[in-house]
Design a protein around this ligand. Sequence first.
Ligand code: 5AD
Ligand code: SF4
Length: 442
Amino acid sequence: MTAGKGKTFYIHTFGCQMNQADSAIITAVLQQEGYTVAESEESAGIILLNTCAVRENAVDRIENYLQRIQGMKKRDKRLVIGLAGCIPQYQREETLTLSPAIDFLAGPDSYRTLPALIEQARGGAKPTSLEFNVAETYEGIDPVRLGLISAIVPVMRGCNNRCAYCVVPFTRGRERSHPFRSVISEVQQVVAAGYREITLIGQNVNSYHDPEAGMNFAALLDAVSREAPQTRVRFTTSHPKDISAELVRIIADRPNICNHIHLPVQSGSTVVLGRMNRGHTIEEYREKIALIRSIIPGVTLSTDIIAGFCGEREEDHQASLELLSSVRFDSAYMFFYSTRPGTLAARTLVDDVVEEEKKRRLQEIIDLQNSISADLFQQAIGSVVEVLAETESRRSTGQLMGRTVGNRAVVFDRESHQPGDLVRVLITAATSATLTGRPEHR
Ligand code: 5AD
Ligand code: SF4
């Protein structure tokens, strides 16, 4: 190992956008202490895995990854490997048993202590920092983001809902909103740095409540969109109970707020929603969708849905399919249920849908949703959409990839455009996941 290698780190981020945002905080904390980002994990003196615990297969992925880097540690004894984020917070000290290669554990509220943890780990200890700190919003730390086009801005952390299937209350603790003024100042920095899109994030973003002056999410979104009038503004994830007419009107009125709402439904059956402790019926969910569609013309909607939750009968599954058919979401994240120890469901309900049946139901959901997405995307052929170019397309440097205001992925001929450009694209072809086209020449 060279003298400098010990001061370099590489972060591998798993899971949601909150973890991506946290990796930007971790980077800032370590850089303040003189650490620098390594080009690759092979050249790093410290490897940090920022982990996700939300579903069983998320944990499996990290175990596979650990297996792989265990060999690197055998070759380089001075390599330090830290597990950060939701798995250590959820499984606590037991996480150390996942692999002998793990040197320290850091929960989501403990990132200010990372330099100390690294030092202690180098001294031979296996330190852990897993305390919740409901005051921690990482105020005062300027995140070091990847990319230059789209910026994630967290507005709250944690979650006070008690959805029966969900680990988030255990991994991220009680809900706390960032002060309004600090969100606005982060937005100002992001705009000054030239970002073209801002995504406000929180586990339950629309229950935002400014701890200082009490502003709600509608007021925050309005203020952010005015502070960054040339920048696209998105937000995620919303809970149906916190969708208000006021919020929907602001999305409709402010030209730079994207007309797309991700609104997880989880199940199409009121009985299952009750058992999930979601706090609303399916009729109430449909009313929110109707409200959104009546106020925001051309809005696109996406959702999350779980197949095979505890006690789900065939008729509940049919209700989920019926919901997808009637709402016609643009896209959906679709999962089969996996028990997470410690959650309300694990403690009080029976995981009684057998795995094969869960997978069958999930497949029906996926097939139906894919055909709906394909249909909706086909209808876009011949239209012109505005795309914010984000990257080169994976297939060819002659094409760029970007998103519409409705969050649809578009691949188009590059011509003279660069990532960061807003391009009017004529759509010529579509699959269920991507639109294809070329810049419009008028
Ligand atoms: N099993 C399956 N899916 C889950 N999700 C959360 N917890 C579980 C679980 N135990 C899904 C929900 C949530 C998304 C982030 O992950 O749909 O909205
Ligand atoms: Fe996964 Fe939830 Fe943690 Fe995000 S907050 S990384 S979804 S467990």
